[in-house]
Design a protein. Sequence first.
Length: 570
Amino acid sequence: MIDPGYDWFAKCTGIFLETFLQEDIAIVTGGLLVVKKELPLLLVIISLFSGILTGDIIIYGIGFTARKIPWIHRKLVNSRVENAIKGVQKNLIYSVAVVRLLPGFLFPTYIACGLIGVSFLQFLLTTLTASAIYSTVLLTLVIKLGNFVFPHIGYWGWIIMISLVLLLITYNTIKPRWLRLSNNTLVPALAFSNNGQNGENFLGMPSLKLLNRRVSFSEKIPPVIYYTPLGLRWVLLGLRYRNFTLPTIANPFIEAGGLWGESKSRLMRQVGDGYRHWIAPFATVTLNGHLAPGKMLDKALEEISSASLSFPLVIKPDIGWQGYGVRIINNKEELLGYFREFPKNSSIILQEHIPYQGEAGVFYMRYPGESQGKVISLTFRYYPHVIGDGQSTVLELIKQDERTNFKSRFYLGKDHLHKGIATEILESVPSVGEIVQLAFIGSIRVGGLYRNGVNYITPELSQRFDDIACSMPEFYFGRFDIKFETVDLLQEATDFKIFEINGAGAEAIHVWDTETTMLKSYKELFKYQSYLFRISNMNRKKGYKPMSIREFYNFTKQYNSLISSYPVSH
């Protein structure tokens, strides 16, 4: 029972008003009041829904008013609202429902609904349904967590709940750039050479004949929604192991364990001398903010010469993610242009352009104290492409294929972090069976196609990567990205080159195989998450100390800021 002495009306009013400031915080507050038996659940729900709905109607009303008052229209309409208008016009229900989960998206989207005259009743029903589902789920999680936490750990429960509130408050600050509403500025087009290969095969790769090219349901889900279950399970594992940043010591000699923000060149240099020949040759250059681009070019050319490299080269940020800022550079003029676009006082990797068509991600794991680890995942990665039919243009082929059409904004120059394809390529008609490469990078972010290759893992392959990993200081969990000549030679563990090594934040990318169901995908990701925490806990017992939450927050903020400033990728 609720103590009648409590001022329930004031508490309900507080929750109502709090929804205007930050509705997630209001939901957490309401959940805590239910857990502490200071308000009944029904009153909390009424206060939350009425506050959220009122706020949504006000925002819609501002947009509707702006249609008739020019100076309000000028103040409100910017690139964010214009992008939101396009999304609403394409799919109202999806836009209104999804933005509830994405900080920074809701206001421009609801303004857009009012601006373009979306029916008020249609808007009301859509936002009411979306907010009811979202608020109910989050409120239930808060109450369940609170009922579990407070009886077991007492006042520590308040610390955990306050931390959750602070996390929600700061989420909009630290969330990655790629989850924010972007300006989608058009960029100059990039021409890719047609390979002239038979449409059945990429050279050296398993046949495309049996490969499902559809877009999986998992790929259609916005990342912030897809990874929410993993975030919640991270919290549970953090409670279990009594540390939320424990994985920062999964690989103790890598920044933050390699969760993100690690130096790729430093990682590759950790490979022992006896195994360095498996690494694709590279050089690094740090852009000195005090030097003119021309001086930096001279310095870079010296590094290229010292590393016995020659054009064409692959250029990429030393601290990277999902192919952001990666290009192929054909001459020193292009290199100079990249320097002018790249953030100053940051490092760049210049690496040999490996001639092999085959590309794969090799995931490795070893428990601390064990003398031998193993390869636990192998995924083949096909770059985005279309296959000619002798009649259709490249643009028509892109639109005809479900997968390439889904990611067409990258190829048509509509994504501000990726260059598009030159008009002459889009208008060309490839011959029958001719493969046309749509992007240099093979990341799923730009439409790369992944195939689970676990059946291709051999004892020789596992032993080779175990030897390489064991030559590195305390490397236990991560992925080697490689190029290889043929699958047969890869199984023999010969004729491949490692072009990147990723730490604890590396994903076992076989989960993005289009044949993998969403349930199986989560099962695999949860399993790898368990491996990660267990390895990290074993390292903690060896004396390694995880980052503090504050250190990790600052590290993450710097990393996100850096990623968002990179030049467009190709």
